[in-house]
Design a protein around this ligand. Structure first.
Ligand SMILES: Nc1ncnc2c1ncn2[C@@H]1O[C@H](COP(=O)(O)OP(=O)(O)OP(=O)(O)O)[C@@H](O)[C@H]1O
Ligand SMILES: [Mg+2]
Length: 287
């Protein structure tokens, strides 16, 4: 695998994010293998995007990383965040320890539909994860207001989800995902249902939040352009069962204009080539 560095804790004091190393992970649901030998690695504070075939196991892989599922085979190893000392890497080599890392080191999910609670207003939706962690009411509201201000949603804190546009709902969902200051943010097609202009604006907000918070981000998306414009590396998952292909490093200046530059276009082309390989070739390029 490219860029692999087993067990290292690079950049540990520079970032507040968790490093994630998925090693030879396979998953079987009720006798059906859906992931075969997946490998990927993201450094603390890094941004990795996953694209690929529908039904190829992307959501399942995200759920495995988040500790919502236990891998049938393989291991998922977390390396230390900025708050830990270099020697104290958090290792989750079984589902149990993955779940422990998920609980203690704050892994947040953000899904396409936003999944806001319709009976709670915006402020109380954003404060929910803190409420579940037993944070006092005035403290969690202050933290939620801070996040809403970052997302330019302060004026909407008393609105109910049904009163919001799709883009606003996703910004509330992002605020909720970030209110716990997660060390790992898992995003599953968060902007897939939005129009292109809103999506571009939210991509930019996500990038800014990632830079501001230092969290590690793993984004599943169906958009090659979104993957290439946001991530530092893109992993393509192909086939059934889904396999990870060699990761593509994205080395681009992260400015708003780059979607039109030739380097951006040629990186999109490389991702596209992996996404359209014939199945015989998939086996060759898979890690
Ligand atoms: N809880 C489950 N129980 C049984 N099978 C499941 C479960 N969740 C997913 N699957 C199966 O696993 C396979 C991979 O599904 P997954 O949702 O991970 O794919 P995906 O890459 O996210 O697809 P999409 O791009 O359409 O979102 C599919 O065949 C799906 O039917
Ligand atoms: Mg999915």
């Amino acid at each position: 695998m490219r860029n692999a560095s087993h067990g290292t804790v690079r950049n540990v004091n520079l970032h507040g994010g968790l490093g994630v190393h998925v090693r030879g992970v396979s998953h079987i649901f009720d006798g059906l293998q859906v992931i075969q030998q997946a490998d990927l690695q993201v450094e603390p504070g890094g941004f990795l995007a996953i694209v690929g075939d529908s039904g190829g196991g992307k959501t399942t892989l995200l759920r495995l990383i988040g500790g919502l599922l236990a891998p049938t085979r393989g291991e998922i190893v977390f390396t230390a965040s900025g708050e830990m000392n270099a020697g104290e890497s958090a290792r989750g080599t079984s589902s149990q320890s993955t779940q422990a890392v998920a609980q203690t080191s704050s892994i947040s999910f953000c899904f396409q539909e936003g999944r806001l609670l319709p009976w709670r207003n915006v402020l109380d939706n954003v404060a929910l994860p803190l409420e579940l962690n037993g944070v006092l009411a005035h403290e969690r509201r202050a933290a939620a207001r801070e996040m809403l201000a970052k997302m330019q949603l302060s004026d909407s804190e008393n609105k109910m989800p049904a009163q919001l546009s799709g883009g606003m709902r996703m910004r509330v969902a992002m605020a909720r995902a970030l209110v716990t200051r997660p060390k790992l943010l898992l995003l599953d097609e968060p902007f897939g249902a939005l129009d292109e202009v809103t999506r571009l604006a939210l991509d930019e907000e996500l990038r800014q939040l990632w830079l501001d918070t230092g969290t590690t981000a793993i984004l599943v998306t169906h958009s090659i352009q979104e993957a290439v414009s946001l991530a530092q590396q893109v992993v393509v998952m192909r086939g059934k069962p889904g396999r990870t292909m060699q990761s593509i490093a994205i080395d681009l200046p992260k400015d708003a204009a780059h979607r039109t530059n030739m380097q951006f276009v040629s990186l999109c082309e490389r991702v596209y080539q992996q996404m359209t390989l014939q199945s015989k070739e998939v086996a060759r390029v898979a890690q």
